[in-house]
Design a protein around this ligand. Structure first.
Ligand code: AMP
Ligand code: GLY
Length: 426
């Protein structure tokens, strides 16, 4: 389920799974995109009509449903399909609150003693303005619900914070802003960490670093992510173990104990602070574009792991294997993004871009007659490997330069932090 670059990367790996190849299975995708269509049969299902999706699964005797984006998870699609008897990769509605409600996650962290920023949940502008007194700038203000990654404001002073709170309670994020969480500002480097879980067993599933700002040098407005690389070696094995022990394990344990076990992928956004790693936020699905670099490095059979999350058998599998290569992805966006992107720009040269082993995952594309055209903000994820991040970066940009996408643009410095660290280490 899904239609972005994350789902293209998942479909590419799932099409190679023994669940499909050895069992004579078929991979379906809904709604999919032209890139996904190279690996799967596209079907148009209304994901908000759970009975309709269940009827399709029953008709095709679907063995595993993989839900890519957060919205259908928060909407309870996995519950509906599970009660109809299907195996589903992705958490229940109750467990997906980890992403669906920032306040839910903060309260869970407090109950379980998980390191994160101090916070206050507020339900009205008055309450929020009073609560601001307990914080110092910069102020971190978050609409509680799903806001397509746009619900967080970091305000430099009190006036800006008051303005942002008035906007949030005034409906700028719709019902997502009916509650606002105010947080302590944390300083440090951010990394993304992924773990698969079936509700009891947990396995680490890689790390990555995203580039949220639009412009080179991490400048300009926030976006859904302009590029990523994996692994994020700032998350050393010691830090990773600490994250598993102090953040991921207590989260999974607490949710299970409280009767809302979590299964699927847990995506932890982490801040590496002077006091150790702290949780910034949880997502209940793979990161986009982080998933693309993880899939580029994954050597194990993705389908087997996703199925094991769904049927509680993760403990029977070996640890997933990832290539020691680095992978890096560059997002090509359509001019205008993250505002209103230009639609319909033609794209060609994908074969040339992929000639040396790079892969072009499609995120916002459509077919227009014989042409592939842009149909969204983030359009392509040009992904390559190398023995170092610097080499993966060169390979990715060589592929970018082989594309012909005149209405597209990208950052030219994806991976810069790690490239600098590699250069400093000699
Ligand atoms: P979120 O949607 O919660 O990931 O927040 C979006 C971005 O805001 C994060 O990736 C961080 O860069 C930043 N952010 C969120 N919470 C904090 C915090 N407590 N301290 C510092 N930065 C934060
Ligand atoms: N790349 C950030 C996200 O998927 O939320």
């Amino acid at each position: 389920m899904g239609s972005g670059g994350r789902e293209h990367a998942l479909a590419w790996k799932l099409a190679q799974s023994r669940l499909i190849t050895a069992a004579g299975g078929t991979l379906y995708a809904s709604p999919g995109n032209p890139g996904i269509a190279e690996h799967a049969e596209l079907v148009q299902l209304d994901l908000s009509n759970h009975d309709g999706v269940a009827a399709f699964c029953s008709d095709k005797r679907v063995g595993l449903v993989v839900i890519g984006p957060e919205a259908p998870l928060v909407d309870g699609l996995s519950d509906s399909l599970r009660s109809a008897g299907f195996a589903v990769f992705g958490p229940s509605r109750a467990a997906a609150q980890l992403e669906g409600s920032k306040g839910f996650t903060k309260d869970l962290c407090e109950r379980a003693g998980i390191p994160t920023a101090g916070y206050v949940r507020t339900l009205s502008l008055d309450e929020a303005l009073t609560a601001l007194d307990r914080f110092t700038p910069p102020y971190v203000l978050k609409a509680d619900g799903l806001a397509a990654g746009k619900g967080v404001v970091i305000a430099q002073d009190r006036a800006e914070a008051e303005g942002a709170l008035a906007d949030m309670f005034g409906g700028a994020f719709g019902s997502a802003g009916a509650e606002v969480v105010i947080e302590e500002f944390m300083e440090g480097e951010e990394v993304s960490f992924f773990a698969l879980t079936d509700g009891a067993m947990i396995v680490p599933f890689g790390s990555a670093q995203d580039h949220k700002r639009l412009g080179d040098g991490d400048t300009g407005p926030n976006t859904g992510g302009m590029g990523a690389y994996s692994p994020a070696r700032v998350l050393t094995p010691d830090l990773r173990n600490e994250v598993m022990r102090r953040i991921i394990a207590p989260t999974v344990k607490t949710l299970a104990e409280e009767g809302t076990p979590y299964s699927g992928v847990l995506y932890a956004g982490l801040m590496l602070t002077a006091e150790g790693p702290k949780l910034v936020e949880y997502n209940c699905r793979f990161g986009d574009p982080e998933c693309q670099v993880l899939m580029m490095r994954l050597e194990s059979d993705l389908g087997e792991y996703l199925l094991a999350c769904a049927d509680c058998s993760l403990g029977s599998l070996e640890r997933p294997r990832f290539s020691s290569d680095r992978a890096l992805t560059v997002v090509m966006a359509a001019k205008g993004y993250p505002g209103t992107p230009e639609k319909g720009g033609t794209i060609s040269g994908i074969e040339a871009a992929e000639a040396d082993g790079a892969r072009v995952f499609q995120a916002g594309t459509a077919r227009d007659g014989n042409h592939l055209v842009a149909s969204g903000g983030r359009v392509l994820n040009v992904t390559a490997k190398g023995s170092t991040v610097a080499e993966a970066q060169r390979n990715a940009y060589r592929a970018v330069d082989a594309l012909d996408f005149p209405s597209g643009f990208c950052r030219r410095d994806i991976g810069w932090r790690e490239v600098e660290r590699e250069a400093a280490a000699g």
